[in-house]
Design a binder for this molecule. Structure first.
Ligand code: KIV
Ligand code: NA
Length: 267
């Protein structure tokens, strides 16, 4: 199979074929996501929450993103690799810094594109980044880097004014040249409306079935963490259960002397 490119994704939008995206932050997971034929692997700053144990994504650094993106690109062959620009690596009133930071991710990790959270307020930095040759994916709705402005993780775009602003932001991002836009935690009808109005693909998470594609955090859909699972997650596995059984069995078998046995030893 050929590599996924921005052209492949645009063709899928036009032909009505669904686009698939999952997150990965490490070599073995990225390898499996690529082999499964998924279109895009996102090295998301959700890394901070599902791998590094932070409460939100704000503490994740550019170095963290580059480090994990390198692990992912070492594993992948055909899938498109997109990396999140983390909090304070952009939207800081210095567009040159945005391009420098996006450029470091691409140069040092070999990722194909970057993702930025925000609407109209970031179209200038998106334009300049795209001019540098770096494809940009947008992200609207519940944008976790603004969690403290939202006052928590809440569904966005429920009121009419907020819904109208989201549609305008989406149109502004398309106009600025993003190749796709993630819609996170917004009402399904609003996501459908935005998807109809845009000529670029929308990729939903908690945004209903009518987006051009879907994305989930791998750790969530694999059921790795035992804590809170958002309503929009479907669990495709219960790795938490399987891993805890494996770890407990190992401990018991070492303690009882049944591991290692003769075949597992050198004579
Ligand atoms: O960081 C992330 O995993 C994301 C997805 C939820 C879209 O931004
Ligand atoms: Na993210």
């Amino acid at each position: 199979r050929d590599c996924t490119t921005v052209t492949t994704l645009q063709q899928k939008k036009e032909s009505g074929e669904k686009i698939t995206m999952l997150t990965a932050y490490d070599y073995p997971t990225a390898k499996l996501v690529d082999k499964a034929g998924v279109d895009i692997v996102l090295v998301g700053d959700s890394l901070g929450m599902v791998v590094l144990g932070y409460e939100n994504t704000l503490a994740v650094t550019l170095e963290d993103m580059i480090h994990h993106s390198k692990a992912v690109t070492r594993a992948t062959e055909r899938i498109m690799v997109v990396t999140d620009l983390p909090f304070m690596a952009y939207k800081i009133g210095d567009i040159n810094q945005t391009v420098q930071n996006a450029g470091r991710i691409i140069k040092e990790s070999g990722a194909m594109a970057v993702k930025m959270e925000g609407g109209k307020e970031i179209v200038e930095e998106i334009r300049v980044t795209i001019n540098a040759g770096i494809p940009v994916m947008g992200h609207l709705g519940l944008t976790p880097q603004s969690v403290n402005r939202f006052g928590g993780f809440k569904v966005q775009g429920r009121e009419e004014v907020a819904a109208k602003k989201l549609l305008e932001d989406a149109l502004a991002l398309e106009e600025a040249g993003v190749f796709a836009v993630v819609l996170e935690c917004i009402p399904a009808e609003l996501a459908r409306e935005i998807t109809e109005q845009l000529s670029i693909p929308t990729i939903g998470i908690g945004a209903g079935k009518d987006c051009d594609g879907q994305v989930l955090v791998s750790q969530d859909m694999l059921g790795i963490l035992s804590d809170f699972t958002p309503k929009f997650v479907r669990k495709y596995a219960d790795l938490n259960q399987q891993m805890s059984v494996a770890f407990r069995n190992y401990k018991e078998e070492v303690e009882s002397g049944s591991f290692p046995n003769q075949e597992e030893s050198f004579n």
